[in-house]
Design a protein around this ligand. Structure first.
Ligand code: SDX
Length: 427
């Protein structure tokens, strides 16, 4: 028998269907509520609102579980490559050897930027934030592929997706090269996805670039750990913007801006800046934790807390361990990692964080690794975006496969009631 929830409004009862997910999540379907009762639901910030059904990613925030298409994130991070995970998110299954070779060849084919796209970078100031640059360049890419912009045409949608995955590392590398005044490097398609990015970002035309396998593997794993996270702010942006039937480039450009904020992906930059401040000002971890708890102080423990996780973010666990391993392998010592570990230790024993169930999230340790790997601090968030790109694309494709209507929330109006416009000299 179909399960229903009963709602009583002013003495009348309404039965609302309960929708169950494959992992036991349940939601009340209120699609017909307004038609039947004249009422809307009110949930600012969507703290308790499911905006769609999805078969891409499952999170159990209470238990700290994250699975993509059923596969635990820990296994994917250990046993797959970033491109395999991207394939999984986009196509629903892990690729076999033949499938991933075919797709990697396709991606390699698209790594170059149109020479006119490269001229765009010169229009930005040297200190332009890479998130602003990549969002602008990706929006501009739509003007170069006018024949492939129809989101409802499967071939065109896939062509845009492949182009974006292929070109994103080139765009990030060009943004960095522009900021340091070095020439852009063409992709070298003999290299893997991450190796190619590292060479384009940190190589020069004058010398052979040796990719450090420790660095390449660590970045590949970080990209996997960021690849999707169901209906987070930037992915919800992709779905909302995409529901208007804008092309993929427009939707991804919007998502990059959503990710940029310090409450979302921008937190990885904010964490390292917080650790550097603690270090520079000679604060103890306890002193900073006390500031983060103080309502009269604007400091927050960046990289802590999460809308969905009321437990340790499983990605943070993997990244924390990887941070230690990578630093050991590179022979780097980091007092910032030591400060982060101490902040975590103190916060996880503090009643403020314990009672609110605030734990480290994906951004808490990622900056420490990025820094050790030589990624500039203002590029941390764009590294997050590079990882998140396949997730955004998978949700955009799913949105259109589901044939979802345009996203259009309701509101409860609380402004002035109807009044007449007085002539200007009577106001
Ligand atoms: C990401 O959604 C996703 O899936 C995102 C993400 C992904 O992969 O896409 O996981 C990536 O965005 C990770 C989050 C990165 N942001 C930060 O690390 C910034 C610091 N954290 C917060 O600002 C905050 O925890 C959020 C934005 C992450 C979550 O915000 P919520 O769910 O709206 O929670 P809240 O702000 O209402 O906090 C509840 C309470 C409040 O205290 P009270 O008013 O109840 O007294 O906890 C406090 C908050 O003040 N609190 C913090 C805190 N985070 C929450 N207090 C101090 N330091 C913090 N970091």
């Amino acid at each position: 028998m179909d399960k229903k929830a009963r709602l009583e409004v002013e003495g009348k009862s309404y039965d609302l269907p309960i929708i169950a997910g494959t992992e036991g999540e349940r939601g009340i379907d209120i699609g017909n509520l307004r038609g039947e009762t004249g009422l809307v639901t009110l949930d600012p910030a969507y703290k308790n609102t499911g905006s769609c059904t999805s078969s891409i990613t499952f999170i159990d925030g209470e238990q700290g579980v994250l699975q993509h298409r059923g596969y635990p994130i820990e296994q994917l991070a250990e046993k797959a490559t970033f491109l395999e995970v991207a394939y999984l998110l986009i196509n629903g299954e892990l690729p076999n050897r033949g499938q991933i070779e075919e797709w990697s060849t396709e991606i390699r084919y698209h790594t170059m930027l149109h020479e006119d796209v490269k001229r765009l970078f010169g229009a930005f100031p040297k200190d332009a934030h890479p998130m602003a640059v990549s969002s602008a360049v990706i929006a501009a890419l739509s003007t170069f592929y006018p024949e492939d912009l129809d989101p409802l045409d499967e071939r065109q949608a896939r062509a845009s997706a492949d182009r974006l995955i292929a070109k994103f590392p080139t765009i990030v590398a060009c943004a960095y090269k522009h900021s340091v005044g070095q020439p852009f490097l063409y992709p070298d398609n003999k290299l893997s996805y991450v190796e190619n990015f590292l060479r384009m970002a940190f190589g020069t035309p004058c010398e052979e670039f040796e990719v450090d396998p420790v660095i390449a593997q660590a970045i590949d794993q970080l990209l996997i750990l960021h690849a999707d996270h169901e209906q987070n702010c930037s992915t919800s942006t992709v779905r909302l913007v995409g529901s208007s039937h804008v092309n993929l480039f427009g939707a991804i450009s919007a998502a990059i801006n959503a990710l940029w904020g310090s409450r979302h992906g921008g937190a990885n930059q904010a964490v390292i800046e917080m650790l550097e401040t603690i270090d520079a000002e000679g604060l103890t971890a306890q002193q900073f934790v006390d500031r983060a708890k103080d309502r009269d102080d604007t400091s927050r423990l960046m990289g802590f807390g999460h809308r969905v996780y009321r437990n340790y973010d499983p990605r943070a666990r993997v990244i924390k361990q990887a941070a230690g391993n990578v630093l050991d392998k590179l022979g780097v010592t980091s007092n910032l990692l030591e400060i982060a570990v101490e902040l975590e230790r103190i916060a996880l024993q503090d009643d403020y964080f314990v009672s609110r169930r605030l734990f480290p999230n994906v951004d808490f340790y990622s900056g420490v690794i990025y820094r050790a790997l030589g990624i500039p601090v203002n590029s941390f968030t764009v590294m997050f975006a590079m990882g998140r790109l396949p997730g955004w694309i998978a949700h955009w494709l799913e949105l259109h496969q589901q044939g979802q209507a345009i996203g259009r929330p309701r509101q409860i109006y609380i402004g002035p009631t109807k009044r007449d416009v007085a002539p200007i000299d009577q106001r």
